[in-house]
Design a protein around this ligand. Structure first.
Ligand code: ADP
Ligand code: MG
Length: 602
């Protein structure tokens, strides 16, 4: 039987740059079955590792189709890429579980979460290197769109990795047959069929995700930038364990004056604290939960799984965490709204450096976020540069303005809201000068929020700070930049594109390293992989030395939205996750080779 299967299928690929499987193996034109695969693998027992190339192809199993898409070169190399496709006639997921995109992303996330532990259970050390491994994308507390699983009314597609087993470079055919012909079917059986799964848990998972998206969409209409539901659990188990703290925790409860409610499609009414647009201060004594609240808000741009405690901590999707990041490189950013007259006549309208200071890096981080459409800035005094945040009356008297390049954030934060409609939430336990510029002041006390706005305003009236405001009446211009294509080079040696992801904070991009340790809203290595690929995609598709960074990034994001993350890679991959325009910009902006022109026409 001849099948055209090689270029139909692959749900994720809503047809992109012409992704096609190579039809080099004549066997791939014939639909082989599970027993053919088993006997081939048994025959390969004892052969050299390269002989595994023979099994590349598509196999009809009783319940699903197995596609062996890419075969590793040796047992230590990146594992082989596999895909299973299960028809809905067998998987039988009710279509209400994936009828909206919120539900669909949640269900795809759910399937990956089910597959993972069973694949781990099946994986065992079966020879050299990665021999015996069966693995899918590892997922944390957030629900992201991923390329590990897809679903539509016809079928389910799941992508995973297999370490084809060998001793040294000698194929272990019996073990391979067991993995591919017995274990993979068992994983499919247990994790990708509706009837083997917990129906009410799936329902809850998709409904939670849908309600969270729904609240996020309503925020603006209600004049809010963030919402924290009553009963939320904000603290995490530890700095390296993002599951909810179990013991001795205080659940979140809004003060009455700031309480709002949302009528959600699934859960009905959810009440909690609404943070209005404008400038919000979070104050309070040390160790009373200020940073924990801000961290929850940072991640409130993402949805969380049921039981996380933050499933209804919802932030404006254009919220960007801002911090000082000394040492970062900067390419031609106009930081003049904050910084002027640097020593040695250094330009601040096109500020470039290999090694930014605390204050210049923080100014850069703000301007770069604004450049790509940020609507809410999140700042924590713990990670901010003090001289960027405040300059009190006494210091103003000692160091005259013409000797101080920095206009502190306190003089710009209101203008930013007035001129550009950008709100700020600021953790500030250390300076009451900010009372003058705040719209809302929330005090954290023993991990509980209190509305102290009136009290803070009264104090500000009774004890004037006597500061002189600095930096003029207007926020100032946000100057768009045009990235120069030739300064973005992912090649290394003979390879046109060489990307390597080190955990969540570093990309090897060609011969360069991009350090993203300070970009706190990147939470998953799969996002980083997608971002690195997106820079390469942007260069191929849109960098023309005329378009601005924002124009380029908008186009990339629109393409992904329309066609899926698969457009970023040449072959379907299971290890990409969605990201925002801000994280893509962050990575591009931290590429040390980047050079830009100013957009003089705007
Ligand atoms: P701050 O920024 O006010 O100094 P943090 O937010 O860093 O305080 O919190 C201090 C500690 O208290 C952290 O270890 C954090 O995990 C814990 N914590 C925060 N919120 C809660 C809470 N609601 N219940 C219990 N512990 C919490
Ligand atoms: Mg803190």
């Amino acid at each position: 039987m001849v099948t055209g299967d090689w270029d139909i299928r692959i749900l994720g690929n809503k047809n992109n740059k012409g992704v096609k499987f190579p039809l080099t193996n004549p066997q791939s034109l014939i639909m082989l079955n599970q027993e053919n695969l088993r006997s081939t693998l048994l025959q390969l027992d004892g052969c050299g590792y390269k002989a595994y190339k023979d099994i590349k192809g598509s196999y009809q199993f009783s319940d699903f189709k197995l596609i062996i898409e890419h075969i590793q070169g040796d047992p230590f190399a990146a594992p082989s890429k596999f895909i299973v496709i299960i028809p809905q006639a067998i998987a039988r997921f009710p279509d209400n579980l994936y009828q909206s995109s919120s539900r669909e992303f949640a269900l795809r996330d759910y399937l990956t979460r089910q597959f993972d532990p069973v694949a781990q259970e099946m994986s065992s050390y079966r020879g050299t290197g990665k021999s015996g491994l069966i693995a899918i994308a590892r997922i944390g507390q957030e629900v992201l769109e991923r390329t590990s699983a897809f679903i539509n009314k016809n079928e389910i597609e799941v992508r995973f990795l297999v370490g084809l087993p060998a001793r040294g470079r000698t194929i272990l055919g019996r073990q391979a047959a067991q993995m591919l012909c017995d274990e993979i079917p068992e994983i499919v059986n247990r994790t990708l069929k509706y009837n083997s799964l917990n129906a009410s848990e799936i329902q809850r998972h998709v409904e939670t995700n849908e309600d969270a998206d729904w609240i996020r969409k309503q925020l603006k209409e209600k004049g809010l930038v963030a919402f924290i539901a009553n009963g939320s659990i904000l603290p995490r188990r530890s700095g390296v364990d993002s599951r909810p703290l179990l013991e001795n925790r205080v659940n979140f409860q809004s003060p009455e004056t700031l309480e709002v409610e949302f009528n959600c499609p699934n859960q009905g009414v959810i009440k909690g604290l609404g943070i209005p647009t404008g400038i919000t201060l979070i104050v309070g004594g040390g160790y009373h939960g200020k940073s924990t609240l801000l961290q929850a808000l940072e991640l409130g741009v993402y949805n969380h799984i049921f039981g996380d405690g933050r499933e209804f901590v919802i932030t404006n999707p254009a919220a960007v965490k801002i911090r000082a990041e000394d040492g970062r490189s900067v390419a031609g950013v106009d930081i003049s709204p904050f910084i002027n007259r640097l020593p040695q006549g250094r330009s601040t309208t096109q500020f470039s450096t290999e090694n930014a200071s605390g204050s210049t890096s923080q100014a850069t981080n703000i301007i770069e976020a604004l450049e790509v459409g940020a609507e809410l800035l999140l700042v924590d005094e713990d990670t901010a540069a003090t001289n960027f945040m405040i300059r009190d009356r006494r210091m103003q008297q000692l160091i005259a303005k013409d000797k101080e390049p920095i206009t502190p954030f306190i003089d710009k934060v209101r203008q930013l809201y007035r001129d550009y409609d950008v709100s700020t939430i600021l953790v500030m336990g250390g300076s009451g000068d900010y009372f003058d510029v705040a719209d809302t002041v929330i005090a954290m006390e023993n991990f509980q929020p209190h509305d102290v706005t009136e009290k803070a305003k009264l104090i500000a009236r009774e004890n004037t700070s006597d500061r002189m405001s600095e930096g003029g009446e207007k926020f100032g211009k946000i100057t768009p930049r045009i990235p120069l294509a030739e300064t973005i080079d992912p090649s290394r040696g003979r390879r046109a594109v060489k990307l390597k992801i080190r955990d969540i904070d570093e990309v090897a991009f060609g011969t360069e390293e991009i350090d993203l340790a300070a970009v706190e809203q990147i939470i998953d290595p799969a996002q980083l992989r997608a971002i690195a690929s997106a820079i390469v995609y942007a260069k191929e598709m849109y960098l023309d030395n005329k378009r601005t960074i924002f124009e380029i990034i908008k186009r990339v994001m629109a393409d992904i939205q329309a066609k899926g993350l698969d457009i970023l890679t040449e072959f379907p991959q299971g290890d990409l996750a969605s990201f925002r325009q801000f994280e893509l910009a962050s990575a591009l902006n931290r590429l040390r080779t980047l050079k830009v022109n100013e957009d003089r026409e705007s």
